[in-house]
Design a protein. Structure first.
Length: 364
């Protein structure tokens, strides 16, 4: 997608293929900075510190992390140590485990001297594949947005489709296109008027800082709202459809996504607003049946809740304390939306209902 009018991806090989570059998302929206990842530890740090984030991008960064490691140490023991370390960088997004396991299985049968080049090519292939998958997810969701647009127009209403999204599941969360925002970009390309309600997404504000930034860069109409506004907007008919991304989906269709997604799904259900989840098939965890009981929920440091950073009037970026000194905070990163609240799953294989039978038939 575009940054200052120029097409970019979130991760790309350095010109001499000895490192990869990323956009440092922890610096957006006020600073656009790229960072060189030269070894596996850099990749692990980028994931852990959320310089890169979003389930698909975490997976591709980890794949490159394996490739960077294999350039220097390609023994079985080094492969195991690399994979074991990377997989622990963040706990909830299953794409991380999926990508690392894929790299391990792909590389193990190869002789050590071939692993460096093979791993690099495979990580690059996975990055390209992510782009193609997200494009297909966009086409899947586009059909729903087009149908809403046509129906509104046939009722003599404005044809603008109002979409609510939570967190950032746009191109910044993937290699390109995004998952939840891919249908938005597809609709824009087709000339369908769209407007996005952007949940700020406390505590790290991925909506206010990342989703708003990337939508602005693409020229998509959007409005940032506080996390608690979605229910009110739905009650007043101002949301036509909610579309979110996901970090892990169980074989039964329970959806884990950024904390607060569940409350949006409840409000959508109560107000008859369709609630869709956009996901690559790699986000399915076939081993799990009950999302609430089984999906590991990341708990992060309390300072993400007690403090905020932002651009001050003097042009400096500063961190300030919000809460009284001594008040403790809890910081759960994700929650689980039960399948019964999910209208459907936008996937690269088409629209799939969020239940065990449909998922087995459509995605296995
Ligand atoms: O903590 P983050 O920023 O990695 O959380 C990201 C999300 O919750 C996204 O919605 C999810 O990873 C899907 S990204 C296409």
């Amino acid at each position: 997608m575009l940054v200052n009018g120029n097409p970019r991806r979130t991760i790309w090989p350095a010109p001499d293929n000895t490192a990869v570059e990323i956009i440092d998302e922890s610096r957006l929206p006020h600073e656009f900075v790229t960072v060189l990842l030269e070894n596996m530890r850099d990749a692990e740090h980028a994931i852990r510190s959320m310089q890169v984030r979003g389930a698909p991008l975490i997976g591709v960064t980890a794949a490159y992390g394996v490739a960077l490691s294999m350039k220097h140490h390609a023994s079985d023991a080094a492969l195991k140590a690399t994979c074991d370390m990377l997989v622990k960088a963040r706990p909830t997004a299953v794409n991380l485990r999926w990508a690392v396991e894929h790299m391990r299985e792909f590389l193990l049968p190869l002789p050590a001297e071939q692993r460096g080049e093979a791993a690099w090519n495979e990580a690059a292939r996975m990055a390209d594949q992510d782009v193609a998958i997200n494009y297909s997810i966009g086409q899947c969701g586009l059909a729903i947005i087009r149908a809403i647009h046509d129906e509104k127009q046939s009722q003599g209403r404005s044809g603008v489709v109002n979409i609510l999204t939570h967190c950032n599941a746009g191109w910044l969360a993937t290699v390109d296109w995004g998952t939840a925002l891919a249908p938005v970009y597809a609709a824009q390309a087709e000339g369908i008027p769209v407007h996005v309600w952007v949940d700020e997404t406390r505590p790290r504000n991925q909506g206010a800082s990342l989703t708003a930034w990337e939508l602005a860069q693409q020229g998509v109409s959007h409005t940032v709202i506080v996390d608690n506004a979605g229910g009110h907007l739905m009650q007043h008919g101002l949301v036509d459809v909610a579309i979110v991304g996901t970090d892990r989906v169980t074989a039964t269709g329970d959806v884990c996504n950024k904390i607060g997604t569940y409350l949006k799904a409840l409000a959508a259900f109560d107000n008859g607003v369709p609630f869709y989840v956009a996901m690559p098939v790699s986000t399915l965890d076939w081993t799990l049946q009950d999302g609430v009981k089984e999906i590991p929920i990341e708990e992060r440091g309390e300072e993400e809740v007690t403090h905020l950073s932002g651009l001050c009037e003097d042009g400096q970026i500063r961190r300030v304390q919000l809460t009284p000194t001594g008040s403790h905070a809890a910081n759960y990163g994700f929650d689980v939306t039960p399948a019964r609240l999910v209208t459907g799953l936008f996937t690269e294989r088409g629209l799939v209902a969020a239940n065990a039978d449909a998922i087995r038939l459509g995605l296995s």
